[in-house]
Design a protein around this ligand. Structure first.
Ligand code: ZN
Length: 443
């Protein structure tokens, strides 16, 4: 029983969408997803959706169909307590710190820390790489006031702020989409930016405020300033047990500092500081070169699309190197699954996680043979449908819900088409027709 005032998740009807353009291999019709709009979502529910292969783009939730997509996208996450920064990660962080502070300042800082360490009887400063220390090392707010007379090359600050629209954020987004994703300027709108990176369905506790010391929850923007200019921004979801990277954008002139990798190191560190177990790195395509950096965060884990269990990347990799679709489920029932050789060559040109225009010819998810989705018969056999309430066109139905699942796509179409009354009436008619066809005679 739901108590009034409890946060609840409300989602719109879902649709299976196939034949979509794939931005990774530039295939014109190779991508398939199941997607729906979330009207409101608790952070806990979103975490559970992610562990079933969903991601969000604004308030649109989607789950790639790995079996029927040309470039299967696996959910990937990092167990942060086990993360040991690789040599490349350590070099990336150190190189950026040196760029900000300069050699003179870095030497002075090291001598200063060694002196403090000695004074406390600990001998010389420990030279071992410490992720949390290294990631914040160049931030102005962390530098000792005793060294303020020593010149530094740059001022670097990072802050987490509310996910609201500002012109400064939008200008960075526009620059990034043009330089990195080769979009045309006229295609990039403020409304699109808001929908993609500011809108979100999260239900936060009443009175929740976006302040520096608040427990982070829901969507936040992390801003990187160099000498007062916004040079990069991360869009992050804070969930009960994880930090999830939604998007990252940066100014092209800093490309040589590998800001993408640097931000991923920072987000892993952030998850540790928030006492979270995982850093969710979005979706991963094995054949996509631009995504290789994600699996380099060891020990990363990929989600099995059928078992909904995570397995370490090094267990997945020998299988992925041979075929595109991999599950560890025992599956003699789908013998053809393993016959898709890995083709390679996805370029990663797409703006990751961005919702695309969707075609109208959606089919029921039950007709799609999508991995990890129950069949209609399984739903009938296992779900206690009598206790689920569904609202369709203002009428509440409680029984035989499974038949209504087939109507979801039609109802969603009505929403889409409300601009056209004529079409809505046409759809309403076909909805009714299908509705009565599906209901058993006794109802
Ligand atoms: Zn593709």
């Amino acid at each position: 029983m739901l108590l009034s005032g409890d946060p609840i998740s409300v989602i719109d009807t879902g649709r299976y969408l196939s034949g979509r353009h794939c931005g990774y291999c530039s295939g014109s019709s190779g991508s398939a997803i199941f997607g729906f709009s979330a009207i409101s979502l608790t952070v806990k529910d979103y975490q559970e959706f992610m562990d079933r292969g969903y991601r969000r783009s604004g308030s649109f939730m989607y789950k790639p169909d790995l079996l029927h997509s040309c470039c299967p996208q696996y959910a990937i996450r990092l167990a942060v307590s086990q993360y040991k920064p690789s040599k490349e990660h350590r070099q990336t962080i150190n190189r950026f710190n040196r760029f900000v502070l300069g050699a003179t300042y870095q030497d002075a800082l090291y001598r200063h820390e060694s002196a403090i360490s000695k004074a406390h009887g600990k001998g010389k400063r420990n030279q071992e790489f410490d992720l949390l220390d290294a990631i914040h090392r160049a931030e102005s707010s962390n530098l000792p006031p005793e060294l303020s007379h020593i010149p530094r090359h740059h001022e670097f600050t990072v802050k987490l702020v509310a996910p609201i629209f500002t012109t400064e954020k939008f200008e960075l987004f526009k620059h990034y989409q043009i330089t990195c994703h080769h979009e045309n300027e006229h295609e990039i709108s403020q409304a699109g930016f808001k929908r993609f990176l500011c809108d979100n369905p999260f239900q936060l506790p009443p009175g929740y405020t976006y302040e520096e010391n608040t427990k982070k929850l829901g969507l936040w923007h992390q801003m990187y300033y160099l000498d007062g200019d916004l040079i990069a921004m991360a869009v992050l979801d804070f969930l009960p047990n994880s930090v999830s990277g939604v998007y990252f954008m940066w100014r092209e002139e800093y490309a040589k500092y590998s800001l993408g990798k640097l931000s991923a190191c920072r987000e892993a560190a952030l998850a540790l500081e928030e006492n979270d177990e995982f850093y969710y790195m979005g979706l991963y395509i094995y054949s996509c070169q631009k995504m290789k950096y994600k699996s380099a965060f060891a020990p990363s884990q990929l989600l099995d699309p059928e078992l909904y269990e995570y397995f370490r990347f090094d267990r997945f990799e020998p299988e992925l190197s041979k075929c595109e679709y991999v599950t560890f489920a025992d599956g003699p029932d789908h013998p053809d699954k393993h016959n898709r050789p890995q083709k390679g060559g996805a370029k990663g040109a797409q703006t990751e996680d961005e919702e695309e225009n969707t075609p109208d010819d959606s089919i029921s998810v039950f007709e799609a043979d999508m991995p990890g989705v129950l069949s209609l018969e399984q739903v009938r056999a296992t779900a206690n449908l009598e206790h689920i309430q569904l609202i369709v066109n203002r009428y509440v139905y409680t029984a035989m819900v499974c038949v209504f699942f087939c109507l979801f796509e039609y109802v969603a179409d009505l929403h889409e088409r409300r601009a056209s009354k004529l079409q809505a009436q046409k759809y309403s008619k076909s909805l009714k027709k299908r509705f009565w066809q599906l209901l058993p005679p006794s109802v």
